[in-house]
Ligand binder design. Structure first.
Ligand code: JEB
Length: 230
């Protein structure tokens, strides 16, 4: 998968050089590139923003640099992802959907956002998705893009060592994951649940399913299969 990220803070994504994603980039599984939007400006101050038409607080990102950047980076098959508080909320099903794509381009806005004409222009020729990380306000699209890149990348075969570990995670089967334990068997007077030491794989599977349902009912009843909209 190729991922291009356009931002005025390209060094924000240096963290993608480490850990599993860094290894996947090194092996060629992932081709992730961060680009400085200001490279597509032509004035002395490398201007990317201006005052909003209609007045109001803050600044809006100018369409010209975005047009030149996206013309240079978008391929016909690319999905243009615009992190936005006005977007669909990012979920694990969305991550799985995007992990099947060949090319993702993230347009990370700042200030009050990107001139709407940029989104409207590229929607005529590409799949464009406005996606929100959640119902809270961030200062720009970079944190959201980072979360989405990680959630999508880890679903690509070969990025995470043991693919079986992806199956039992929270949200993968629609429920929250069961609690996990490791050695020592007793820690500060607390024992590991005996069933996990029993070697009875059927009982262990049932215990884990029960804990997963119990945790989901308590913390996220909206995720339960019978919940409306689940
Ligand atoms: N994804 C996502 C987001 C964002 C987000 C994404 C991109 C931009 C570009 C600018 N801002 C600041 C801003 C703040 C308020 C109104 N309008 C703009 C962004 C916030 N906020 N919250 C999310 N879940």
């Amino acid at each position: 998968m190729r991922v291009d990220i356009v931002t005025i803070f390209p060094t924000f994504f240096d963290v993608l050089d480490i850990s599993l994603i860094g290894k996947a980039r090194g092996s060629g599984l992932l081709d992730i590139r961060a680009h400085d939007l200001r490279d597509w400006t032509h004035d002395r101050h490398r201007t990317v923003d201006d005052t909003p038409y209609g007045g109001g607080a803050g600044m809006v990102m100018k369409p010209e640099p975005w047009g030149e950047a996206l013309d240079a980076l978008l391929t016909p098959e690319a999905v243009l992802i615009v992190p936005s508080p006005a977007g669909e909320v990012f979920t694990q099903p969305t991550a799985r959907e995007l992990s099947a794509e060949a090319h993702l381009v993230f347009a990370c806005g700042r200030y009050e956002g990107i001139d709407q004409r940029v989104i409207d222009h590229y929607a005529q020729s590409h799949r464009v998705r406005l996606i929100s990380l959640g119902d809270y306000v961030l200062n720009g699209g970079e944190v959201a893009a980072m979360a989405m890149v990680e959630a999508v990348s880890r679903l690509i075969p070969g990025v995470v060592g043991n693919p079986a570990s992806l199956v039992e995670e929270s949200h993968e089967d629609g429920l929250l994951e069961y609690p996990s334990y490791t050695k020592p068997a007793q820690w500060r007077g607390e024992d590991v649940p005996p069933v996990l030491l029993s070697g009875n794989h059927g009982a262990i599977a049932q215990w884990r399913r029960d804990r997963s349902l119990e945790r989901t009912e308590r913390v996220r009843p909206d995720l339960l299969p019978e919940a409306p909209g689940a």
